[in-house]
Write a protein that binds this ligand. Structure first.
Ligand SMILES: C[S@@+](CC[C@H](N)C(=O)[O-])C[C@H]1O[C@@H](n2cnc3c(N)ncnc32)[C@H](O)[C@@H]1O
Length: 257
């Protein structure tokens, strides 16, 4: 599924940004909302009005500075995070590849937990939203030390992650995968990002997910796959399953040649 997308420039002050985005990705800039899915800048924030979104107020954007994320950051070390255990923080895992960046929420959490994260996103729409969110996070940081910590610890790449993995020379200690589900989705994502992704992204194939897992298992000693609590993700039994309330992480300890 590919969707026809345009960038709506509602106010003249957003023209330059809109044109830049258009040059990068090829989406046309238009002056009016035609009712179809569109991207637009709202006071410098890139938002998407997707198929299920009735008015502009409900448009989706990526916000690492939301109240929820500020609370997450403040309370991070009081609440043990299952993802940290699954990724092997205490075992010395540092370099992490997130093969399915999406809204970047999991990658952000991993970075806050002290991992060095490279997050890959294949969809240009999701990537544009994500990059915009990350830029705003960067702008909110106090100074050069914080900027360096973010720049060195949280990298975004716009690419198919299977291609990335087969071409990169970078060594990762662990690989994280959060595939989209073609069955009734019960992802740990909040409903809004899930709705947005389902409306703008192609229906995921289980073969793509399986290939991703297979490839990852040849590239890092630890592969972690996020999924709904009661659903098998791969034919192969994981080495260990970390169970949360509604999700689980299947961990595959693999031998890398
Ligand atoms: C369920 S979402 C991931 C959610 C993410 N963990 C988060 O915290 O928001 C899956 C994402 O993976 C992306 N994706 C799927 N296959 C990919 C691939 N081969 N390479 C890169 N990104 C991929 C999709 O475009 C989608 O944005």
């Amino acid at each position: 599924m590919s969707i026809d997308l345009s960038i709506v420039c509602f106010v003249e002050g957003e023209r330059e940004r809109s044109n830049k985005l258009s040059q990068l990705y090829g989406w046309p800039v238009v002056g009016e909302d035609s009712g179809s899915p569109c991207l637009f800048y709202d006071q410098g924030v890139l938002k998407i009005k997707w198929a299920g979104c009735k008015n502009l107020k409900d448009a989706f954007f990526i916000d690492f500075l939301s109240k929820k994320n500020i609370h997450l950051k403040k309370t991070l070390h009081q609440n043990p995070q299952l993802i940290s255990k699954a990724m092997g923080k205490k075992l010395g895992v540092t370099q992490v590849l997130d093969m399915t960046a999406g809204s970047g929420q999991d990658a952000y959490l991993l970075w806050l937990l002290g991992f060095k994260v490279t997050a890959i996103e294949a969809s240009p729409i999701v990537f544009a939203l994500l990059q915009d969110g990350l830029c705003r996070l960067r702008e909110s940081l106090a100074g050069p030390v914080e900027h360096e910590a973010l720049d060195n610890g949280f990298k975004l790449v716009h690419m198919d992650s299977t291609k990335y993995l087969t071409t990169t020379t970078h060594k990762f200690d662990a690989i994280y995968i959060d595939p989209m589900f073609s069955k009734k989705p019960k992802s740990a994502l909040s409903p809004k990002p899930m709705q947005v992704f389902q409306s703008i992204l192609p229906e995921p194939l289980s073969s793509d997910r399986d290939n991703m897992i297979k490839l990852a298992r040849h590239k890092a000693k630890r592969v972690v796959v996020k999924g709904p609590l009661f659903e098998e993700l791969s034919d192969e039994a994981p080495t260990h399953v970390y169970k949360g309330k509604s999700i689980r992480y299947d961990m595959y300890a693999t031998v890398v040649s």
